[in-house]
Unconditional design. Structure first.
Length: 461
């Protein structure tokens, strides 16, 4: 057993899935991760605590990169941990996403944290500050899936006013884990806030797609074997652009693809959004004949009505509502099998589940913004893992710059070599992503690199 150790308490209720969200990379047999209850997806072989001890603290001891890590899940801070291997205090980590997920106020895979800004500033941050002032070591984790949320959330556009931000309300000595792409140096330059104890939690961001599994995302991993066996020639399109919300950038990409006039390139949309004004980027609705900037797209879909998908069906045909779990099912069975290659639209400064799910399924894609892929590439490479270069052109600003490349790739003499190289690339990329998820833990990396800075608060007063 390693003589280097750290004690970590997660300030949330214990569950098997919460354990892996926070401690992926742990060198522990999954069968040794105990559960409080037999309910759920993981009740076949996991050790269940006695019902009489269901309220007891669950202690897990494991190694991670030569460090002994002793963990508990308690909703109140832990100063000393039972069976601790040294006299250091515990680090107590509060995950903002888990909190709102556990209290049924938030879907963990889509965290609009700005909606809870008042609660965060008026209730949660003051409690974390009180715990720190009482002598506990405290860290806050925020997975926003966007680069700057938590820093400029709810600020007037064009301002750098941080008076109502987490940064200026959180005690300066409380460590902060975020998946923000903004460096501490840039944060200080732009917002004049020095926060050297802010660290990335990129591996927690990626694993949050699957842990807890509330949107059938983990199924994408298991269906890889099925999709890999599909006949690559038995698809409707070579390239396919899937759209839901219409706004300027998406309409431009869709129209440019249509203008290529290649029957092997398809565009689809979800018809349900026209009936949901709050979910449509057009105030008047896509099908409004008075909106001339949609005229070309409307004509395309009138000529290709089969490319307009609606969630609402009847019995077995019904995917349900416009919610993430229904979207996952629709993507798996309606959208992803349509083509060999997806034209994948992620905002260039954001990450979401879409690219990760394509990779974990093994579905080739070309991102609308190269930067959105390059960001994920840099995250994986930060774990010392090689990421293969894509067969498509690198470094473009938007896919509109390579439309003629896409057209050329559909030509008979170029298509098969390009298509197969895309499959080879995404399969190799999949292995890199899985290795990163299974062997790297951003939070633990930062903690074990400087244990003293995370466990140096005074004893409780």
């Amino acid at each position: 057993m390693s003589d280097k150790s750290v004690n970590i308490n997660i300030l949330h209720r214990y569950s098997y899935e919460n354990f892996w969200l926070m401690f992926h990379g742990a060198e522990i047999n999954p069968k040794d991760v105990q559960t409080h209850t037999t309910a759920g997806l993981f009740n076949k072989f996991h050790k269940q605590l006695n019902k009489e001890k269901a309220t007891d603290t669950v202690i897990h001891n494991f190694t991670y990169k030569d460090f002994q890590v002793n963990t508990t899940f308690k909703t109140s801070p832990s100063y000393e941990m039972h069976h601790a291997t040294n006299d250091k205090q515990s680090l107590n980590v509060f995950n903002l996403n888990l909190y709102y997920f556990e209290t049924a106020q938030l879907d963990i895979a889509l965290p609009p944290l700005g909606y809870f800004q008042d609660d965060i500033i008026n209730n949660i941050i003051p409690q974390l500050n009180r715990w720190y002032e009482e002598g506990f070591n405290v860290a806050l984790m925020i997975n926003s899936w966007e680069p700057f949320v938590g820093f400029e959330s709810n600020f007037p556009k064009g301002t750098t006013d941080l008076s109502n931000s987490i940064l200026l309300n959180l005690h300066p000595n409380i460590h902060l884990f975020t998946d923000s792409l903004m460096s501490n140096e840039k944060l200080e330059t732009i917002y004049k806030v020095k926060k050297d104890n802010r660290y990335d939690c990129y591996s927690q961001f990626i694993n949050s797609v699957f842990w807890p599994s509330t949107h059938f995302h983990r199924e994408f991993f298991h269906f890889h074997r099925f999709f890999k066996k599909l006949d690559r020639n038995d698809v409707k399109y070579k390239f396919h652009y899937s759209t839901r919300r219409w706004y300027k950038e998406k309409a431009e990409v869709a129209q440019n693809l249509i203008n290529l006039n290649v029957k092997e390139i398809g565009v689809t949309m979800s018809g349900g959004f026209d009936d949901w004004k709050e979910m449509s980027c057009s105030d008047e609705g896509f099908w409004n004949e008075n909106l001339t900037h949609y005229e070309g797209l409307r004509n395309y879909f009138k000529s290709n009505p089969q490319n307009v998908f609606s969630k609402r069906g009847y019995n077995l045909e019904d995917f349900g509502g416009e919610w993430l779990d229904d979207n996952s099912r629709e993507a798996m069975w309606n959208m992803l099998p349509l083509s060999n290659i997806t034209i994948l639209h992620e905002h260039k400064n954001h990450q979401s589940e879409k690219m990760i799910l394509h990779i974990i399924l093994g579905k080739p894609f070309i991102p609308v913004y190269y930067k959105s892929f390059n960001t994920l590439k840099q995250i994986i490479e930060s774990g010392g893992i090689k990421v293969p270069n894509p067969p498509f052109k690198e470094g473009y600003e938007t896919i509109n710059e390579i439309m003629w490349n896409i057209r050329n790739w559909t030509k008979e003499d170029k298509w098969i070599p390009f298509r197969d190289s895309m499959y080879d690339w995404v399969y190799e990329l999949r292995e890199s992503l899985i290795e990163y998820m299974n062997k790297n833990n951003s939070m633990l990396n930062h903690i074990i690199n400087d244990v003293d800075s995370f466990t140096n608060n005074e004893e409780p007063k």
